[in-house]
Design a protein around this ligand. Structure first.
Ligand code: APR
Length: 244
């Protein structure tokens, strides 16, 4: 049972690949996930990019094309989180590990992409960022510094620092409710957020297809597909809000 949240309660929501699964995007560690067919060391580290940038570009080009497939759209779980933000303005923060833009397309505004964004790139030489909705290659020249070979996906690779960790830490310390949706809880620092929120006194809930690695750390764990669980959970929350 959810605790009654006061009118100025804050909610921090961590999402992972599972929230986008029913939109048609792959997860990473499920049996049919990305890491079941591609090695992290070959495509998702700075060393991989130095060693074989062509392979890394091919990996992200394929994922970018997949994301831009018209069949890939936000699902009811993404839309439910937007409804929560709109009914509880200024009190809801979504921190996503996902590099897809489904939360953005659904209309989420208070949103942090802690692992970067697939539709953005930057130049390793001059650090200039830009949008990218096509394929990238080692031949591409940075439009800013005119140098070749530096353009890379704006994605946080293993061994690199996730984005906006200060803001995330502050939000976790201030949270009254922490939700974790569609993540296996295997990758830090995100996997440590539940402990931080709990230590700050937040009520913590896991909404996932199956128990994650950190399931026992949560006050509540509800299992099933996100597109069913999240709208139902938000409806219950807003129902409380309506009477608060
Ligand atoms: N609804 C809810 N949860 C689901 C669904 C679904 N339809 N389908 C799968 N899941 C759950 C799985 O049970 C699993 O626990 O989503 C979780 C996905 O876990 P991972 O594949 O490990 O993805 P994630 O936790 O987001 O990975 C974290 O690891 O490889 C890095 O940078 C990458 O951001 C990624 C990070």
């Amino acid at each position: 049972m959810l605790p009654r949240l006061s009118g100025n309660a804050t909610i921090v929501i961590l999402t992972g690949a599972g929230i986008s699964r029913e939109s048609g995007l792959e997860t990473f560690r499920d049996p049919d996930g990305i890491w079941a067919r591609v090695r992290i060391e070959d495509v998702a580290t700075p060393e991989a990019f130095r060693r074989n940038p062509k392979l890394v570009h091919e990996f992200y080009n394929a994922r970018r094309r997949g994301l831009l497939d018209p069949a890939v759209q936000p699902n009811p779980a993404h839309h439910a989180l937007v409804a929560l933000e709109r009914r509880w303005p200024g009190r809801v923060l979504v921190v996503t590990q996902n590099i897809d833009d489904l939360h953005d397309r659904a209309g989420q505004t208070n949103l942090i992409h802690m692992h970067g964004e697939l539709l953005k790139i930057f130049c390793a030489h001059c650090r200039t960022e830009q949008e990218c909705r096509g394929d990238l290659s080692v031949e591409d020249i940075c439009p800013h510094c005119q140098r070749k070979g530096g353009l890379r996906p704006d994605v946080v690779w293993f061994g690199e620092m996730p984005y906006r960790m200060e803001e995330i830490g502050e939000a976790l310390r201030d949270a009254d409710l922490f939700l974790s949706i569609g993540t296996s809880g295997n990758v830090y620092p995100a996997a440590g957020f539940v402990a931080e929120a709990s230590a700050a006194g937040a009520h913590t809930v896991e909404l996932n297809l199956e128990p994650s690695s950190g399931a026992t750390l949560f006050d509540q764990a509800i299992h099933g597909p996100a597109s069913a669980l999240v709208p139902a959970f938000v409806a219950e929350l807003l129902g409380d809000r309506a009477t608060a």
